[in-house]
Structure formats: C-alpha cells, structure tokens
Design a protein around this ligand. Sequence first.
Ligand SMILES: [Zn+2]
Length: 281
Amino acid sequence: MGERAPWNIIFDSHFHLSGKNTWEDALRRFLRYFGNAINLVNLPDYSLEPDNYYEEIYLRTVKVANLIREAFKIHVEVSIGPYPLDFFYFQESGKNPRYEMFKGLHLAAKYISDGKASGFGEVGRPHFQVDPMVMEISNDVITESMMLAKDLDTYVMLHTEDLNTDSIREIEGLARKVGINIERVIKHHAKIEILGDVPRMPKTLLATRNNVKLMIESGRYAMLESDYANDPMNPDKLIPPESVPKRAIMIRQNFENYENIFQKIFQDIPYSAFGDDFFKV
Ligand SMILES: [Zn+2]
C-alpha cells in the first residue's frame, strides 16, 4: 500500500450500510485504502412492518449518510427506492405490491426534491426468472422511476437480471419512451460482455480483480462497485468494503496510463451519471 492516495477521487458506486451492524468498521476499511466517495444505496429490511416501510428505510439511509459525512468527511451520494424483491415482501404481507412500490417511488421523489437524497436506486426487476405479471409490474416501476428521475433532473440506478445486447436495448427503449437522458440511467452489476452496448448508458461493475483487468483490456469503462451488503452473517458480501480502493491501487501499480483510467471511472462517468453535484467540495 502506497503512502498517498492513488487519485483524488476513489468512488465506490454501489455500497450498502445497514445502520445497525458494525457499519463504521466497514467504512474504516474503505478509508484505510484512500476511498473517499460512495454511493450509499438503501438496504431492504424485511423484519420491518410493511406499513411505513419505505419511510423507515429511507430515514435510516439518510441518517447513516449524514453520520458518515460528519464523522468521516467523505462524499456520499444517497440512492433510495423500492428494491425489486420488495414485490414479494408486499405480496406475502397481503398488500398490493404495485401500489406500495409506486408509493415508495413517490416518497423517494419527495426526499430527493427536499435534498435529502440524490437519486433513485436500486430499482428495477428481479435478477431471476419471474412470472410475466411480476415482470410487467417491475417494468412499470422502472418506467415510473425514469419519469420521476427525469422531472427531478437526477439518475436512476437499475437492478435487473443480467442484461445482454437485446435486453439492454430494451431498457434503452424504455428510457427513450420516457425521454430521460440515457446518461442518467445506470446499470448496476453490469457484466463485462455488455460494456460496449448502449455506450452512453453508464454501467457499474463489480470490482473484482478479474473484472477490472478485463474492463481495462476491453477499453470500455464503467464505474466500480463492491455492492458491499454489511450483512453480519456474511461480512464480506458481495465483496469486501475496501475492494474499490484496493483495485485503484492495483490499477496504479499495473497500468502506465492509470491517470486516464481513473479519470474515466472515478470522474467522467460519475459526473455525467450522478450529475453536477457529484463530489462538489
Ligand atoms: Zn445492491
């Protein structure tokens, strides 16, 4: 590990903290390797009652974001919105999932317009095969989130099944119908194979060593994420919280043009996806 940060912005584009567990430790691990910006995405908690579910989740996320800014002085984007699997949670609770999730989106819009959160995420559709009715409602949620994001001049970060060339174009089609700028529609957990598809659509890539290597070899860039889940039963899920800053160190050590790479993944793409407020100091 070097003595100085390898770049002025080291941004993890998809990071969760529960606000309940040892989240400060996870953040210290991120900071130790010079990470200095995260996109904090709300985490579902199905131990909560379905009434006021989103209010509780959003408040929790905003509170943690404020604590982080105060205690650690780093940049925090805050993404809130209904998680695709909330569908099943509401269904099992005897509620109308579509109605509840739309309510969740509109509450998120209120938080965003009040300046408490930055944008929508992670919203979308389940990452496994579901019946057509669930797919249809999930697509309605995507469309609604795009309409709200467009009106609020912000972004939407999508959680979906693994997209291929056809399905990423389908998402682009939804965005075109709504009229939202595709640069504000972020594909979370993108696969290497689609980095070249719909090139103006920002992607975020799980920051494993192999992914980062393949991305750089391909010459097509994405933001990097740990999708850290702060799960006490599985402390390094999906990958450890220091993964993005560690990959930054790896890139600096292995690639002569590391400054160009950093410029793309930590500045150009996040600024156009997250907007002008990204990393304003
Ligand atoms: Zn996530």
